[in-house]
Design a protein around this ligand. Sequence first.
Ligand code: MG
Length: 480
Amino acid sequence: MNRREFAKTLGLGAAALAVPYFGGCRRSPARPSAGGAPNFIMILADDLGYGDIGCFGSTTHRTPNLDRLAAQGVRMTSFYSTSGVCTPSRASLMTGCYPRRIDMHEDEAGDWVLFPVSRKGLNPGEVTIAEVLKKSVYATSCVGKWHLGDQPPFLPTRQGFDEYFGIPYSNDMGAEQGRQNPPLPLLRNEDVIEAPVDQDTLTERYTAEAVRFIADHKDGPFFLYLAQAMPHTPLHSGERFRGKSAAGRYGDAVEELDWSTGEILAALEKLGLDERTLVVFTSDNGGVRPANNAPLSGTKGGTAEGSMRVPCIIRRPGRIPAGKECRSLATMMDFLPTFAHLAGAAAPSDRIIDGKDIRTLIEKPDASKTPYEVFYYFYMGQLQAVRSGSWKLHLPLREKRHGWRKPPIEEPGRLYDLDADPAESKDLIKEHPDVVARFLALAERAREDLGDGDKPGKHQRPAGWVDIARPLTKAPGPGR
Ligand code: MG
């Protein structure tokens, strides 16, 4: 397929692809040698609650490896996803942008995530974190859940990853869950190697794949994106973990994730890569029962703190201080500019990137302030809340969207001081009309820039589209 045909397939003007693929990335004149650039490992849990691991307050789940990671690094305690659900948050992680910026805030039918056999996906014209690093000689691997489009032009292998091993969307989107769904596929690169995948084995196989990639690229630099399937429902765990936790299948899955992280840390130590490797552990969005988002309120799929504030740990011995807490606001969008800078690469300069370089935050967590003047909470395409400093305003809305296909409700507006009240329990809207007025102006700024509801923003960019979407697996699955 030539460039023009490719652009047409995606529903883009040819001009949108007229620049070379990496035309927007300015190569840094001071690019370090491969030996000087750190490796990056990004471990993303799926729907893990803010309070579900020991170092973030859990007394239920045993997470010694994650607790050790936190003891050796920084706990980010005001760290946000850009969405309460999977697809939009992962789009932000990959591109450093708000989901609305890149039209990944909802699917083609207006639902909150992409479903199998979707015509829509992350526009290959966007520059992913993997493409930024790949340009700077990194080996790149995506292991696990992708969820940014299941059609070939949208797969990880077309978005900057040398290798892919995983399920292209959520683990609850197989034929067991919906008769219209193809059997849940496990891909190696672009080929289906198993369908339906045996989910009991997933965490263990993802871990083995991750450890193999690390060993294969021990001379570095490498970028490993390990997007775990768990603890998203349906909950599964390997035999060694099944029935062993104090919290049923959910606890089993969380404890196996902890084991998996321990295996990766052990591989780094064995290969002498601890100091050359920056490790991140976080979650794509808040948890839903039986997950624990304490002390935050709300659950996955909203704009409460428990919906979008997630646990985050960042470790790099020798560069990032051990055992610190960073309370400054940072987000999922910040990894692209931060990793780019650490790698001596450059974030794209031909388009708006919403994320910030948070190197000083993680290297000097006691002394640094958030680079965010304001952070916006979207529910799908609707702007619902604004945070600046310690204040968060839930915007007054006549028709606030919430829940899975539920009718909208009226939101009168609420104002919270998150430093004093992270649970959002004491509404101060009447006491601070000045703050409310300032925040309403900030909301208008976002509406103009990113859009709101059906109103487009001035600086949005299109998603990718294919004319015809085909299932990755054709064989009938169980239940058909
Ligand atoms: Mg999720």
